[in-house]
Write a protein that binds this ligand. Sequence first.
Ligand SMILES: [Zn+2]
Ligand SMILES: [Zn+2]
Length: 125
Amino acid sequence: MKALKLYGKRDLRFEESEEPVIEKNDEVKIKVRAAGICGSDLSRYAKVGPYIEGMVWGHEFSGQVVAIGSGVSRVKIGDRVAGCPTLYCGKCDRCKKGLLSQCEKLTVIGARHPGAFAEYVKLPE
Ligand SMILES: [Zn+2]
Ligand SMILES: [Zn+2]
């Protein structure tokens, strides 16, 4: 698939990338239909640079579900969805209290995991 990757400050490349594959039973693969540019994308592009060189960039998006893991129950193939780009552990004290945005291991797609400026992206359900 085609994807936009951030290699360094002001170094974006539109190139071939591996399409995401369902590997875990809670994963959802989404065909990206629209993606927005976040304020954090602007600072990362112009001032800070990537977390990981060449990572597929972008994390604000919506799209359509094209594949699901065997344990997924709340979305089905064909559903139109907006993705929450943050990934939380579900195990730390803050996650157990329901404070998912304060997870001790919080991370985000488009930074340390492949993001949404691509034809496909995957996220946990
Ligand atoms: Zn954002
Ligand atoms: Zn957590």
